[in-house]
Design a protein around this ligand. Sequence first.
Ligand code: SAH
Length: 241
Amino acid sequence: MSAKIRLYVEHPLGLGQSVPLDRGQANYLFAVMRMAVGGQVKLFNGRDGEWLADIAQAGKRAGVLTCTAQTKPLQMPPDLWLVFAPIKKARTDFIVEKAAEMGAARIVPVQTVFTNSDRIRQDRLQAHAVEAAEQCGGTYVPEVADLQKLSRLLDHWPEGRQLMFCDEAEVGNALALAAAQKSDAPWAILIGPEGGFSEAERERLHALPYSHVVSLGPRILRADTAAVAAMTLWQQALGDW
Ligand code: SAH
């Protein structure tokens, strides 16, 4: 039987390596998916690529897998951050899931002036990123950072990282990303909340030397749509597509 199930584990992976399963994974494989000793799954841990593994032990609350062959090397996404203001729960989940699928290296939720939420469930969002990576065949899981203030993030902005600032005030203008040259420079995409950016934020973002102000076309997109559209444009122009 060909291995269809992909699982993210934290354990090191390598030829002959035994990998213990946690309770949730054992329950999923053996109770939900009805897998048994001798069955095969694929494993990745974000560091060692993807491995085919045989089920060596299967119990109700635990299990052990043995790695038998590497099926993919580790493939790192480009060094792209998705910086976005969290919106309603289901739409925020969607943004994190799509960011992982689209090949963001890091997901950075930020509080802007017009952001409504003042907390996120980082652990839940991280679990969404893991699930998306399991599903899309990626060998890497982007980290979901804790919520931080946009102003603070900009105060400590890393040297050399370029910023694709998606500014709804540019609606209808031409996309400005074409001028950016393909290079190994690290990048970030910034998407605002439903309320958009404040005038003071816009002024600061426009003045940053590393900021590239971008329009996403002739219509105002919802933040979750804007995030996917922006990642598509960036990946196509500068990324690994
Ligand atoms: N309430 C605002 C829209 C916010 S849309 C208004 O009516 O003006 C949410 C975010 O999506 C924006 O902050 C921006 O980052 C992005 N966005 C949506 N449509 C866009 C467009 N046409 N061009 C650039 N960015 C856009």
